[in-house]
Design a protein around this ligand. Structure first.
Ligand code: 13P
Ligand code: SF4
Length: 305
């Protein structure tokens, strides 16, 4: 830890107090951003925090759809992104035209948008979900036909767990999780036979099929913390390793270290300080878009209760 790190952190803490700001960080954000954060969590937890906070400024160490969701849920707050280039490629892997076309094909269609989607896609969706509540929400929907967008892997997991619904898949994917293979996880398992495999549902079916636990980033963290086992092979972005190792110094976690989210890693400490100082990179959502997208997010918060 060098002097610049400490000085930057001190300045951040001071500015946070002066401006009544909070810092939210996803588990995939760099360790240093997690250190600076008031709240660290999975997408669902952070959306709830964003809705409920009474801070004037929210600095979101995540990717664009997270900042947008925070602004949609809490329009009177200033939401700042440390780096406006931090975006989730998967969020753009479905179009409004494709959704409109699917609606024409099925009378009774619910469009379920993974929160990893653009504000425009949320506007034409019936409900949002995250990886921690997708199963619960899809089960509760009255509709038989579900178009799950944009993540085909999470959609396929939902389809396998909720067989009473007709879950129609889209071909989007997260490039970080999609590149993880069962072969690689089994190689690690071969080296560490006592280890449990814990996976995020954005992984492909072949990985989920060999997993001992499947859940969101927070779900994985909770499961590992509560387990009696000492070793775990983690199939998700390596950023969660920071919290896993901090919470469980007696346990060992194995990752595929080469697979990481470059967008999440853009949230460096100097950029956090910069936006707190300058109040640049504010998330702006048009009113018309906000109202429509809010309805899908609010329905998620309601159905997830
Ligand atoms: P969760 O934190 O909801 O598990 O989401 C994972 C993810 O890919 C966020 O971009
Ligand atoms: Fe998107 Fe995948 Fe990065 Fe999450 S880890 S922000 S889904 S690219």
């Amino acid at each position: 830890m060098n002097i610049d790190y400490n000085r930057t952190m001190e300045e951040i803490q001071k500015l946070k107090k002066e401006k009544n700001a909070v810092i939210l960080a996803h588990y995939y954000a760099p360790d240093e951003a997690q250190d600076a954060a008031d709240y660290i969590g999975d997408s669902f937890y952070l959306a709830k925090v964003a809705k409920e906070t009474d801070a004037d400024i929210i600095v979101f160490c995540g990717v664009k759809f997270m900042g947008e969701s925070a602004k949609i849920l809490n329009p009177n707050k200033k939401v700042l992104m440390p780096d406006t280039m931090a975006d989730c490629p998967m969020a753009h892997m479905v179009t409004k035209e494709k959704i409109a076309d699917m609606r024409k094909r099925y009378d009774d269609l619910a469009v379920v948008a993974y929160i990893n989607s653009t504000a425009d896609i949320k506007c034409v969706s019936d409900v949002c979900v995250t990886s921690s509540n997708a199963l619960k929400i899809v089960r509760k929907l009255p509709n038989k036909n579900i178009f799950f967008v944009p993540d085909g892997n999470l959609g396929s997991y939902v389809r396998s767990q909720v067989p009473e619904k007709n879950v129609i898949l889209n071909d989007g994917y997260c490039h970080v999780h999609h590149k993880m293979t069962a072969k690689r996880a089994l190689m690690l398992k071969n080296e560490h036979p006592d280890a449990l495999i814990l996976s995020h549902p954005e992984c492909r079916k072949e990985v989920l099929d060999i997993s001992d636990y499947i859940g969101s980033t927070l779900g994985i963290i909770n499961f590992a913390g509560e387990s009696d086992k000492k070793e775990f092979i983690i199939c998700t972005e390596k950023g969660v390793g920071y919290t896993l190792r901090k919470n469980n110094p007696d346990k060992v976690f194995y990752f595929d270290e080469e697979k990481f989210c470059v967008n999440m890693k853009m949230n460096t400490l100097d950029k956090v300080l910069n936006v707190l100082k300058t109040e640049e990179n504010e998330v702006v959502i048009e009113d018309g878009v906000r109202e429509k997208a809010l309805s899908a997010l609010d329905r998620m918060l309601e159905l997830a209760k």
